[in-house]
Design a protein around this ligand. Structure first.
Ligand code: 5AD
Ligand code: SF4
Length: 469
């Protein structure tokens, strides 16, 4: 069987696309490997959001030249946003690359790879076709035991924030038909997946253009799928966060009490120059409404620091917003100049040293809130969906020298715990089971606790663990 190695860079949408790439190539006989050396076909699924991600892609492609010299039959493909943005230029820059394809070419990938393999041609497909071409669901879906999966519900973006490449590389916003989405999630749930995260650049505007119903209606449909226990989604744009969607948090049992609501800046002047189409006051009002509906709602956000023209006073407004909201967690980025995005031509570009300083100050400011939101869970029981082993070594103070289990709370916080080795076999923890964990320690990026109960089977009875005895 020919082997396929995929290197995924960037966001969750790329993680989903990489799975779709694997599915698209299953009819050609490819099976996925984690060993680069074994691969007959290597695909780099690239990200163009910031310059760093793009550099990472090119440095990996550079390494592949040596591999190809040793293995001349190797096929090298570059997919994703950098492929869409650069097209033919990648072939000129990297002679080891055989195939360049954009995100919309994934359903055509089987034919593209065959052209490269049989005719030894170098092929580029970055056609920006309208609408969404669906992959055949029956083709080669690998059940790899994952309990939480991503499902893309829409592609592209029509918002044109002035710093962002997405509308240029992922094209116009287009939503998948709910029948396709629900069928895919039903299939995942039947295969043991208990949590899905619905993905789109702006899920709040799902279906509006095509009149496919609202996002809240889609969520209602997903909520009814048997075997599925948790629904998450990302990303919401604050300007389109409707009351209907906020109410869904109070209405749908499976919808987890967490929202990622990128604000980008706390200054109205900067928000305007970013073309975000909401003000700080509107953002705060939406947060208040969310907390009214679900007081336990975890709220996370994205910030960009050092946007062109951001003054000290603007930045202070951002720090002030962090104080006002008390986010559970933030992702913060230094503004990265992207030549296709309008802000690239804006006056007042800020130097790297100042961006770095602002980033550090912002992260420092947030640290207190992240820790205090984690500490608030100490002593409380949290339902954790076990995903696998933790990558974090156990700490001496937790008396956990060995591997620990890891999963997430409904609020999306990572919880690590270890099982008493003397526990009865029927209490055995495994991925895909819910475990009730009493939280004992809180760190910046994770929580630690002791299990109190473990499901006997997915969705089954809760058996006590030794710790409870
Ligand atoms: N520079 C820095 N950060 C960016 N983001 C998007 N474009 C840029 C850019 N040019 C950030 C935003 C967005 C997140 C996914 O990436 O904060 O929400
Ligand atoms: Fe980029 Fe703005 Fe669209 Fe998000 S909403 S993908 S930041 S253009």
């Amino acid at each position: 069987m020919p082997q396929l190695y995929i290197n995924t860079i960037g966001c969750q949408m790329n993680v989903y696309d990489s799975d779709q790439i694997e599915r698209a190539l299953a009819p050609n006989g490819y099976s996925r490997t984690n060993q680069l050396e074994d691969a007959d076909l290597v695909i780099v699924n690239t990200c163009a959001i910031r310059a760093k991600a793009e550099q990472k892609a090119f440095s990996f492609v550079g390494r592949l030249a040596r591999l190809k010299a040793r293995k001349p039959g190797l096929i090298v493909g570059v997919g994703g946003c950098v492929a869409q943005q650069e097209g033919e230029r990648i072939l000129a820059r990297a002679p080891q690359v055989d195939l360049v394809f954009g995100p919309k070419a994934i359903p055509r990938l089987a034919r593209l790879v065959e052209r490269v393999r049989v005719q030894r041609l170098r092929v580029v497909d970055i056609e920006d076709t309208e609408g969404i071409e669906e992959l055949d669901l029956s083709s080669g879906f690998r059940d790899d035991g994952q309990v939480a999966r991503f499902v893309t519900i829409m592609q592209g973006c029509d918002n044109f924030c002035t710093y962002c490449v997405v509308p240029y590389v992922r094209g116009r916003e287009a939503s998948r038909h709910p029948d396709h989405i629900l069928a895919e999630i039903r299939m995942l749930a039947a295969g043991g997946v208990r949590e899905v995260t619905l993905l789109g650049q702006n899920v709040n505007s799902y279906g509006q253009k095509e009149k496919l119903g609202t996002f809240a209606e889609l969520l209602t449909g997903v909520d009814q799928i048997d075997g599925l226990d948790r629904i998450r989604f990302t990303t919401s744009h604050p300007k389109d966060l409707s009351d209907g969607l906020i109410d869904a948090f109070g209405r749908l049992d499976k919808l987890c009490p967490h929202i990622h609501l990128p604000v980008q800046s706390g200054s109205d002047r900067v928000l305007k120059r970013m073309n975000r189409q909401y003000t700080r006051a509107v953002y705060l009002e939406r947060i208040a409404r969310l907390r009214q509906v679900r007081p336990d709602m975890a709220i996370t956000t994205d910030f960009i620091v050092g946007f062109p023209g951001e003054s000290d006073a603007d930045f202070e407004q951002t720090l002030g917003l962090i104080e006002t909201v008390g986010f559970d967690g933030v992702f913060a980025f230094m503004y990265s100049d992207r030549s296709v995005a309008p802000a690239s031509g804006f006056k007042g570009q800020i130097d790297d040293a100042q961006k770095k300083e602002r980033l550090q100050r912002l992260l420092q400011q947030q640290e207190v809130f992240t820790l205090s939101s984690n500490r608030a869970l100490i002593g409380r029981e949290q339902e954790v969906l076990v995903e696998g082993f933790s990558t974090r070594p156990g700490l001496a103070e937790e008396n956990t020298p060995h591997r620990q289990w890891s999963g997430r709370t409904p609020g999306n916080k990572i919880v690590n715990f270890n099982q008493d080795p003397d526990c009865a076999a029927e209490d055995a923890v495994r991925p895909g089971l819910m475990v009730g964990v009493r939280i004992e320690k809180a760190y910046s990026h994770s929580l630690w606790g002791r299990p109190i109960w473990v499901e006997e089977e997915p969705g089954g009875l809760k058996g006590d663990t030794c710790h409870a005895a």
